[in-house]
Ligand binder design. Sequence first.
Ligand SMILES: [Fe+2]
Ligand SMILES: [Fe+2]
Ligand SMILES: [Fe+2]
Length: 432
Amino acid sequence: MNRTAVQVSLLDMVMCVSRTTDLISPVVADHQKRVAYLAARLAGAVGLDRQQQRQVFAAGALHDIGALSLSDRLSALDFEVQHTALHSQVGATLLRSYQQLAPIADLVLHHHTYWDNDKDKKAPLGAQLVHLADRIDVLLRHGSDNCLLLQVDSVCQRIKAVAGRMFDPELVEVFLDLAREEALWLDLQPTMIDIVLSRHVNHDNVTLDLEGLLSFAQLIGHVIDFRSRFTATHSEGVAATAEALAEALGYDPEHCREIRVAGYLHDLGKLAVPSNLLEKPGALTPAEYATIRSHTYYTYRSLEVVRGLEQIAGWAAYHHERLDGKGYPFRLTADELGPEARLMAVADIYTAVSEDRPYRRGMERDAVRRVLQKMVLDGALDGNIVECLCDNIARVEEARVTAQRQAVKRYEEFWENVNQNTYIYRNRSISS
Ligand SMILES: [Fe+2]
Ligand SMILES: [Fe+2]
Ligand SMILES: [Fe+2]
């Protein structure tokens, strides 16, 4: 098969994460997209250069990435949300770990910092713009019954009332000037927002090669995994297993790296699932079960629109499909499932049953083998791939265990970092 070298736009990837995290509830639908747009328009109006505008745009699109649970997301919608909001610290700590996005970490860190509380002037202008854009959007009522143009006056009044306290009065003046443009508000409507944003994304001049994409995918893996201490290293384990398995199957090195990318992204759609459902002890209601099962659907829809990721989208998202057509969500059959998707299904199950979780030890090798072989007999998994895994189990296990050990360290360091900076103790340890 002929494959072309991976080239993906950074902003396309940023928007992919932004979109998926906004799927968590209809209440926050498109919120980060609108903030990205408003913040970029404000950045243009204050005269920031193109590069700075791009950063403000990306920070707007990811500003609530650190709100890992649904309640964190919803509490960020209070107009007077505490300015030291924990989710700003979590988001900034996540972004700082990825070189290409490190410059926007400070913008996210200060996106709830009040102007009159920032005596040392720590909040960069970009952060103030995201803050203002964010608060404008939370004041707006969206939906077909609410005309945005009729809300402009009241939004302007509310923002004016907090000038000098929440926001720099000069910035508020810039906003009030911009607010006169009807198109600014009409652009925020559903559908329209996608059209106006695609202009920004299409003009992105930063592209990621395979290694750049790999680090970005690893960051996304952390955002997915760190939401729950029960699965804090799962994506890392699947990524390492999938790559080791691809090597054992004789794939070329580049192909193996692409498989690893798909491993990091396979549960992307879990960002659209409230974390309390992922952690619920006890039986799930039919509705909760349906929500959890929809995660692979969202993985697919979120990734397929990223130019350059069309193939990887399928490899990542079909991991709950089965060769006998009884999997989900597309009910694909053996002739529609390529080798990479089959491999990912094996890597996901192998990792899920072998990894240690806070509430149980992972299965021993023999038990793992029996589980996988039974699934082959049942018509779920590919027999050749399972055989290859069983023949190379020591090698694959080593890759998985090493990757997950490093991931535990990163997870602990991550929360230590966040806690140190916020002085808020949260029991996030995964060793308990
Ligand atoms: Fe926020
Ligand atoms: Fe927000
Ligand atoms: Fe999954």
